[in-house]
Write a protein that binds this ligand. Structure first.
Ligand code: FES
Length: 100
């Protein structure tokens, strides 16, 4: 079941935030007006990606510089090897809903 993770009002274009929801740490990002959610915990050594830098559709981990695609969770640059989970988003009014 989809659960509300944030409001579209929370994030301007080019912004991201960390959200703790139902025991899952999420990164929610607004890329060019579309919203995406991935797991917030870097698969390298568990730093929070939301404390890194969002550039376009990629986020760079603050700890050792791994780069993940916020649309897919894929690794674009190591040292991380494994992708983070990506969660499908639905927008209902100004509510950002995700299947966790
Ligand atoms: S913890 Fe993210 S790159 Fe090392």
């Amino acid at each position: 079941m989809a659960t509300e993770i944030a409001s579209t009002q929370d994030l301007a274009i080019g912004e991201m935030m960390g959200v703790e929801k139902d025991g899952t740490s999420l990164l929610v990002a607004n890329v060019d007006g579309s919203f995406y959610a991935i797991n917030n915990i870097c698969t390298h050594m568990r730093c929070k990606l939301s404390e890194g830098v969002l550039t376009g559709d990629t986020v760079q981990c603050p700890c050792h510089g791994s780069i993940f695609n916020v649309k897919t969770g894929a690794v674009e640059k190591g040292p991380a090897n494994s992708p983070v989970s990506s969660y499908p988003i639905e927008i209902e009014g100004d509510r950002i809903m995700a299947e966790l």
